[in-house]
Design a protein around this ligand. Sequence first.
Ligand SMILES: O=C(O)C1=C[C@@H](OP(=O)(O)O)[C@@H](O)[C@H](O)C1
Ligand SMILES: C=C(OP(=O)(O)O)C(=O)O
Length: 441
Amino acid sequence: MSADGLPETFDVIVHPAAELRGVLRAQPSKNYTTRYLLAAALADGESRVVGVATSEDAGAMLRCLGDWGAGVELVGGDAVIRGFGSGPRAGVTLNPGNAGAVARFLMGVAALTTGTAFVTDYPDSLGRRPQGDLLEALSRLGARVQSRDGMFPLSISGPVRGGVVEVSAERSSQYASALMFLGPLLPDGLELRLTGDIKSHAPLRQTLDTLAAFGVQASASDDLSRISIPGGQAFRAGRVLVPGDYPGSAAILAAAATRPGELRLSNLREHDLQGEREALNVLREMGADLTREGDTVVVRGGRPLHAVTRDGDGFTDAVQALTAAAALADGTTTWENVYTLRLKECDRISDTRRELEALGLTVTETQDSLTVTGTPSLAGGVTADGHGDHRMIMLLTVLGLSAQAPIRITGAHHIRKSYPMFFRHLESLGARFEYPEATRA
Ligand SMILES: O=C(O)C1=C[C@@H](OP(=O)(O)O)[C@@H](O)[C@H](O)C1
Ligand SMILES: C=C(OP(=O)(O)O)C(=O)O
């Protein structure tokens, strides 16, 4: 049994829910947790990261930082980190699990060592995601890198001095974020030139925000194509508070919007750099009754929803949750500019199309868009593949709550990558799930 009280691996059977009603507190942000933990480890001295996420990705970061020599202690809901500053241990093999951002951020910092190897026990997911753009930038800075065709397993060896370097931001923002954590600790700093059509601006701003929270100077052009980080700086140890998680909450909000009832979801601060905050506006634009009272979002569910067309790049980790709302809405929704969804835990364009078609929906895709025609009545009664992807599992769960007959989702334990209490939270609102033995790894 894990902390959520569920078996180690499981499928989930999602029963239709007559209504969802209750009060929840949004879980801690995954993307701020990973950033704050890393920044704390890069500081000399002790930091307290208050209210850390308990997801597998947070666990992966804590494990890797410990392996690199940081002191890691969980005290209540906080992480107390004794940093290694600019000196992570050399000759260590890190395993970031299936956590893309964690892997990339650590790869950047690995250039401070005289050798770090990276492996993953998710060869079919993280093992297939591209790392070449970051490896190239690191190697142009003078690092020695080895990889399997730009993918895991790989190794990185410094030292590097810094200077001007180009990095592509077309496939992921995480490569540039990785270099932003490295830059301040290099003697010459980094003048980053982000090339290509820059994707995922919001996480880049979260990285800048994290550097500032740890006393590190950095400046960026408005369009983020130039990021300047003076060298010879230190991360300043301190105390930071992790805000609530918008990407995971988007799935809860989509569920609440598509069923009758009322949800009050707290701990979602209004002024926040997480791009998935926009999910609230998208749901409103679709017709949801969604209001805000300070840090609490209130949804009165069951109103008819209608289709929208939106550029999804600004809220990349909420696109699948919003696709569930679109599948239950009147009309045809298109998410544009979402090519990077193909490079996540699964191919979130083609794999989503396949799963939705198996549920009887009409879906089309282009290289960088996904189009879904909603249905007022979803039959359900099928088994859907979770594709080992937490956000696919969220999408299918939201649909299952509205279907006529239960939907079984395979490998549903992968929800723990970002939202271990997802099913428990929905149960507290009145949803009903069964957790049979997993039929997918
Ligand atoms: O920096 C981060 O923490 C993240 C950046 C985004 O990735 P891309 O930049 O690859 O879109 C996002 O999808 C991921 O979940 C977390
Ligand atoms: C894609 C995601 O995470 P990562 O890139 O960190 O694996 C996600 O959380 O949806």
